[in-house]
Design a protein around this ligand. Sequence first.
Ligand code: PTJ
Length: 255
Amino acid sequence: MRISIPKDHPRATSLRIREMLVDGLKLGLVAEEGLIAHGRGEAFDYLIGEKTTPSAIVAINAAAAMFLTSSHPIISVNGNFAALCGKEIIELNRACGAQVEVNIFYHSMRRERAIKNHLQRLGATDILGVGRDRTAIIPNLNGERKRVDPRGIAVADTVFVPLEDGDRTDALIRMGKKVVAVDLNPLSRTAVRATICIVDNVVRVIPILIQRILELKSNNRDSLTNILNSFDNIRNLNESLRLIRLGGSEISATT
Ligand code: PTJ
């Protein structure tokens, strides 16, 4: 049921993000299980105060440097990401040249095509990983996610995986690829196994990431490599946990 969310509702933004997922479900982009996965994310978002933390900014900076130093980066898109950030996925593709590949856990041809059509309606031109294009295999991975496009994830040096389930991150790392993840849960296997994990809501991350890529574009390779070398994923995850413990969202009488 759709109600008009009062602008001054303390959870207004969070409720609007929920509605984007419900709309995505109705459009056939999001798996039913995607709503539950979002709920897990929401709980962690609450704990970090529903804002981008300083440690997330450090990770976004490193992710921007990673995109700009990669020769074949790929943006992997699942149902939740398509529903939450459709327009921004195209902007990210234009900002850094990374191609877009659909790769979904709860696989169906219908949903795969719906995600492709949705992105094309928003202006995407070349979407990989749909239908007969999934002829390459990620080794050491079970399930349909192992089937990827031989022009995309299979040969990528860096894969961007927002809202991931951990198995694939692990398998991609074992293939020698760099993995940039966005996951609100700093304890998840994805977060721990990724080369760079941004602990923040993907809705807030992508606009900042695009802006940072555009700002860093004119930097030389050495300075980008310095940014990457000074980033330590586990240290950054621990900083995110420390911020949660400190109370990104302090209890007050108005909460
Ligand atoms: O479209 P499909 O079939 O590929 O399915 C996508 C989901 C997300 C359903 C699937 O990959 C899945 O089940 O994922 P998991 O294992 O539940 O992991 C999703 C992770 O994303 C969890 O750790 C959540 O905390 C986190 N998460 C949820 N919403 C957000 C988020 N992280 C960042 N931003 C969010 N909005």
